[in-house]
Design a protein around this ligand. Structure first.
Ligand code: DNO
Length: 344
């Protein structure tokens, strides 16, 4: 297991100098942020991240994300050309020493929350999700900005996109994902990169848009599309765990060898399709973090781990879910869990 930490680049208030002081931190998870989805990343930009990381004693072996353009998810006319660009990025990343690439296949919206600063009883605040509130926010009229929302969509662009997606059901999305994997995975294999799809967050369809990376059965189907180790998973407990029907320890053990990246965080389920983010330890929420880590270990997991969304504590402000303090506490908690379990 290698413990890593997400870093949003030079504008991130959580600096590399701070990240390196978290005990046992091996590397950063980052991306080239100044290009649009579908564009090719310059070798200089990739090398620059690596150089900055290494200057701070950190590795740069994990990218999150190389975003998949909507045109690919839609299986549009330009999809083949954009898939080629995607492959070029994987090649360049592999050549620069990146070993794992996290991405997702969620139509239009990445992760969604209805509240960004839900106060906790202890004076912290955290992200929360309530389906009724989310559905009352029409994406075309709402002024609310959500953490996973791509601010670059204009209302008209978004309307046109949603219109195109109205033709795409789950089966069609599977077909488009399959075409993507069949081109990308052989390139990933060639350049020593493990692709790790991120589950949909939350793991169900939203605003009438299909979502398919949601549950054990679908993960199995996903892995069988290209049955290669390079076609793997990001096991995000907070995403999959929002559906109580997902038995995370069972899934962790079953898929362990194809899990290249684990996002380990806890949530508290507060009702039907309602949850809030909490501190990482088991006792803080609904997920049995000990059982999950134990299952990963027993299944033979040997990938990258990162703490995931943290609460805002000790008066910290910053990027929602991505402050320093609570994620650092999460990292040390997880490191301890792994040490205890690995030593048996
Ligand atoms: C949220 C993240 C996601 C994730 C992407 C992966 O905090 O886990 O935004 O990076 O879905 O493509």
């Amino acid at each position: 297991m290698k413990m890593t930490f997400r870093w949003y680049g030079e504008s991130d208030p959580v600096t590399l100098e701070k990240i390196r002081q978290i005990p046992r931190m091996s590397g950063i998870v980052s991306a080239v942020y100044d290009v649009s989805p579908g564009e090719i990343w310059s070798r200089e930009s990739i090398a620059h991240i690596k150089e900055l990381a290494e200057k701070n004693g950190l590795e740069f072996e994990v990218v999150e994300s190389v975003p998949v353009p909507e045109e690919i998810k839609l299986g549009g006319q330009k999809a083949p050309e954009l898939i080629e660009n995607y492959c070029e990025n994987i090649k360049r990343l592999g050549q620069a020493g990146v070993r794992c690439v996290c991405y997702n296949f969620m139509p239009v919206f990445d992760w969604l929350r209805s509240e960004l600063e839900r106060p906790g009883a202890d004076g912290s605040n955290a992200l929360a999700y309530d389906e009724a509130t989310v559905l009352s926010m029409n994406p075309l009229t709402s002024e609310l900005s959500l953490p996973g929302w791509d601010e670059s969509y204009t209302k008209d662009g978004l309307r046109a996109l949603l219109e195109r997606y109205s033709q795409i059901d789950e089966e069609q999305l599977w077909q488009n994902l399959s075409a993507f994997l069949k081109s990308v995975i052989p390139v990933a294999e060639r350049y020593g990169v493990n692709m790790a799809i991120h589950p949909d967050d939350p793991p169900w369809g939203i605003f009438g848009l299909p979502r398919i990376i949601t549950c054990e059965k679908n993960l199995e189907r996903f892995l069988s599309i290209v049955d290669s180790p390079a076609n793997g998973l990001t096991f995000c407990t907070g995403s999959l765990g929002a559906n109580p029907e997902n038995d995370l320890p069972t899934m962790a053990k079953k898929f362990a060898k194809r899990i290249h990246f684990a996002h380990l965080r806890n949530i508290r389920i507060t009702g039907d399709r309602k949850f809030e983010e909490v501190g990482h330890p088991t006792e803080c929420g609904s997920l049995d973090m000990y059982a999950i880590v134990k299952s990963l270990h027993e299944g033979g997991f040997d990938g990258y781990v990162r703490p995931d969304h943290g609460r805002m504590i000790w008066g910290e402000t910053g990027r929602y879910g991505y402050g320093l303090y609570d994620r650092a506490l999460g990292a040390t908690y997880l490191t301890g869990l792994f040490e205890a379990i690995e030593r048996g």
